[in-house]
Ligand binder design. Structure first.
Ligand SMILES: Nc1nc2c(ncn2[C@@H]2O[C@H](COP(=O)(O)OP(=O)(O)OP(=O)(O)O)[C@@H](O)[C@H]2O)c(=O)[nH]1
Ligand SMILES: [Mg+2]
Length: 189
């Protein structure tokens, strides 16, 4: 499971998708760990670029996993330095994939476990839902919270999502919590 991963291409319009294999979309704020997640879930060191300058990519990056499905790395939202045009294009691109990609099987909303969901995270969650998808939440950087405080933090995060959503806590750094998500992804096909 998740043995082979290869970068295929970046695109802005789903009409340019490589083919109709299932896709799993990763959404989240800049710097939350989307690219790192692709690397850790596929056991790679640097397949997906983890950036020092957040929010630069304004394309949907397609990574083919095991010749079976694509992980799609979306640009980070809430990047203040992005131009108005780029921001508008980002929203159009997101609407397009959420509304029109019939091969979209799962939307993963990445949030920072330590920070918890921001207003923008919660708004994005509602936006995804309003277009007919129920996202799962992947809370990254679990390693930043001491073990004794993780349970309470998880409870707080669940409350902010009104308990209505599946939440997975992971660490890309320590490779924790990844198997449950691999299973969840495979269940969706
Ligand atoms: N401690 C810790 N750091 C992490 C974890 N995941 C990612 N990081 C760090 O967070 C920073 C941002 O990670 P990226 O994977 O580039 O974030 P991104 O969501 O792809 O960012 P954009 O591409 O700008 O949207 C990097 O310095 C990573 O090393 C994690 O689980 N734990
Ligand atoms: Mg990235």
């Amino acid at each position: 499971m998740f043995q082979n991963a290869k970068y295929i291409k970046g695109l802005t319009d789903i009409k340019d998708q490589p083919d109709s294999r299932p896709i799993v979309l990763l959404l989240g704020r800049s710097n939350v760990g989307k690219s790192s997640f692709i690397n850790s879930i596929t056991n790679r060191k640097s397949l997906a670029r983890t950036s020092q300058t957040p929010g630069k990519t304004v394309v949907l990056n397609y990574y083919l996993i095991d010749d079976t499905f694509y992980l799609v790395d979306a640009p980070g939202y809430g990047y203040a330095k992005r131009s108005k045009t780029d921001q508008d294009n980002f929203v159009i691109m997101l609407e397009n994939i959420l509304m029109n990609a019939s091969n979209l099987k799962l939307v993963c909303l990445l949030i920072d476990f330590k920070v918890g969901p921001t207003t923008l995270d919660l708004e994005t969650c509602e936006f995804v839902k309003s277009l007919g998808h129920t996202p799962i939440v992947i809370a990254t950087k679990l390693d930043k919270i001491p073990k004794t405080k993780q349970y309470k933090q998880m409870k707080d995060i669940k409350m902010k999502f009104h308990d209505k959503i599946d939440i997975y806590a992971i660490s890309n750094l320590e490779k924790q919590g990844l198997d449950d998500i691999r299973i969840r992804i495979m269940e969706g096909f």
